[in-house]
Design a protein around this ligand. Structure first.
Ligand SMILES: NC(=O)c1ccc[n+]([C@@H]2O[C@H](COP(=O)([O-])OP(=O)(O)OC[C@H]3O[C@@H](n4cnc5c(N)ncnc54)[C@H](OP(=O)(O)O)[C@@H]3O)[C@@H](O)[C@H]2O)c1
Length: 265
């Protein structure tokens, strides 16, 4: 059976993307750690949209989990014709004060598992001469963000890796696409433990009346861009402007401004 595999599908942007794809009658394979939430979602989506929805509970911050997930799709006889690497976590605060173990887990989830899943499923897509891979980076990939150093750098990796693969995969008709959301109303900050003082300093917008995007808006923009076969999308008009502006400014200047603003608050 053909399925779309979405990591980080139990909440936030991943869950919103799953709903939009289910509305379009795609069969889904949802992946995250929370098995009971995934089970409920699959049941609801199957009933509401008449699709086949199944899940695999996996902790992608653990080495080897991407390979296990790939094997499980084979055992279930699934053909993953779209892979959406959305699962990701943040961290915030002074780097030297953060737990090393958590920072390394962040890299395993945001980078290593994404690379492993891309590598494993790309082989099959290349052989079939069709398929789509969507990797989720962030507006953070445009700026070296002090006090969010590891997260922002992990998203630079995702952006460069994905944009390079987009070109490598053109001859095989495998569409590799990059999504860069800006601040979006999800569980992201609290999952990263930055919903308190640190979060306020990092992004005051989370706590002010500035309109953030909803996960549904991000998902809608992604699918519109996908329909147009775009290679790259920054969701949100203001985010698109900010990403263009950041490309014109020296990265040292951006890093200094972010550090100053964090310390002032
Ligand atoms: N929200 C924003 O402002 C924002 C901005 C730019 C980019 N992004 C990016 O968008 C993506 C989605 O974030 P979100 O805002 O939707 O965050 P979220 O609401 O915290 O959702 C994260 C998803 O990832 C899953 N996940 C977390 N750790 C995992 C692990 N170790 N193994 C497997 N799954 C895991 C979570 O499910 P379980 O807890 O059940 O595992 C959840 O389904 C991330 O890559 C993030 O970096 C977010």
């Amino acid at each position: 059976m053909k399925v779309i595999l979405i990591t980080g599908a139990s909440g936030g942007i991943g869950e919103a993307i799953a709903h939009k794809l289910a509305e379009r009658k795609h069969n889904l394979l949802l992946v995250a750690r929370n098995a009971s939430k995934l089970g409920t979602q699959c049941k609801q989506m199957a009933e509401r949209y008449g699709i086949h929805a199944q899940y695999i509970a996996a902790d992608l911050a653990k080495p080897g989990s991407a390979e296990q997930l790939f094997l499980e799709t084979r055992q279930r006889g699934l053909e993953v014709d779209m892979l959406i690497n959305n699962a990701g976590i943040g961290s915030g605060g002074e780097f030297s004060e953060l737990a090393l173990e958590s920072e390394l887990e962040l890299l395993q989830l945001n980078i290593s598992s994404l690379v492993a899943l891309t590598h494993l499923f790309l082989q099959e897509m290349k052989a079939r001469n069709s398929g789509t891979i969507i990797n989720v980076a962030s507006m953070a990939s445009f700026i070296p963000i002090p006090y969010m150093a590891t997260y922002a750098a992990s998203k630079v990796f995702v952006r460069h890796f994905t944009q390079a693969l987009t070109q490598e995969c053109k001859p095989y008709k495998v569409h590799v696409m990059l999504l860069c959301p800006g601040l979006t109303k999800t569980n992201f900050n609290s999952a990263a433990g930055i919903d308190g003082e640190v979060g306020k300093r990092l992004n005051a917008e989370y706590n002010s009346s500035t309109p953030l995007q909803t996960p549904e808006q991000v998902a809608e923009e992604l699918l519109t861009a996908l329909d147009k076969k775009k290679d790259y999308i920054v969701s949100g008009r203001m985010n698109r402007m900010a990403s263009r502006l950041s490309a014109l400014l020296p990265s040292t200047f951006l890093a200094k401004s972010f550090a100053r603003s964090y310390r002032k608050k």
